[in-house]
Design a protein around this ligand. Structure first.
Ligand code: G3P
Ligand code: MG
Length: 249
């Protein structure tokens, strides 16, 4: 398995400023922009099919409503996941993990797969997602970075595929984060770049692993974070951040 090299800019939910988040259209939008990696969220339908979707509820990003964890895949498949974003995306579906992985692989992208379990489904979401992903992902490609806010999901990911690197997502700073990162053998620490406190950043950087920041759409903020030692940022508009980096170097 080749070594993981994390790019400075990762497309968030694909490139979700330009296409409906977490859809195949969003993966292709990112690839068309020349983005190297995308981040996508995976969770389970009621009947345990891994799909790419962020929210616990269907309402914001689809023509449907109700909880993902209460809805079977065949009903989820009927929903429109593009029209809310723009008329030209009408007919876009919520992709399965398998479809999304195939698109990522076909377009030669790297991947940060975020395990985003519905409450109470932390173990099974990681196990099923990793089981699919490890069967599909090419052996000769750099492995995906598997991240989660859920320590339980990361522990399960470690059990299923220890060799795939893990990213510990941290929403709010908490005292025991280092212990947990060590226990999970985290390869990266992924923090909220908009809530950053200088002393906390020092602490994160001192851990000695790449620190990634979400979700950075302001190019000036991205430059500031890179200057402070952040290794990479997640962005809805990765092209805007890249342009800023290119014009300032
Ligand atoms: O993985 C970075 C970022 O996606 C974490 O937050 O809510 O956008 O999944 P969220
Ligand atoms: Mg995410």
């Amino acid at each position: 398995m080749s070594k993981l090299i994390i790019p400075k800019i990762i497309g968030h939910r694909g490139a979700c400023a330009y296409a409906p988040e977490n859809t195949l259209a969003s993966i292709h939008a990112a690839a068309d922009l020349g983005v190297e990696w995308v981040e996508m969220d995976v969770k389970l339908t009621r009947d345990h099919i891994p799909i790419i979707f962020h929210d616990e509820e269907l309402d914001r990003c689809t023509s449907g409503s109700g909880r993902v964890a209460d809805t079977d895949f065949r009903d989820i498949r009927e929903l429109d996941a593009g029209a809310w974003f723009g008329e030209s995306f009408m007919g876009e579906k919520i992709p399965t993990l398998e479809e999304a992985l195939n698109a990522v692989i076909d377009r030669g992208l790297g991947l940060n797969l975020e395990i985003k379990p519905c409450p109470g489904r932390e173990v099974e979401t990681a196990e099923i997602a990793l089981d699919f992903a490890t069967r599909i992902w090419p052996d000769d490609a750099p492995p995906p970075l598997v991240s989660s806010f859920s320590h339980v999901s990361l522990e399960s990911a470690m059990d299923v595929m220890e060799e795939w690197p893990r990213g510990l997502l941290i929403d709010e700073y908490f005292e025991q984060w280092r212990e947990i990162a060590r226990h999970l053998d985290a390869h990266t620490v992924n923090i909220d770049g908009l809530k950053l406190v200088p002393e906390q950043l020092e602490d994160y950087l001192a851990f000695g692993k790449p620190v990634l920041a979400y979700t950075i759409n302001d190019p000036a903020k991205a430059l500031e974070l890179f200057g402070l030692g952040i290794a990479g940022v997640f962005s809805d508009c990765p092209d805007v951040i890249r342009e800023e980096i290119e014009t300032t170097h």
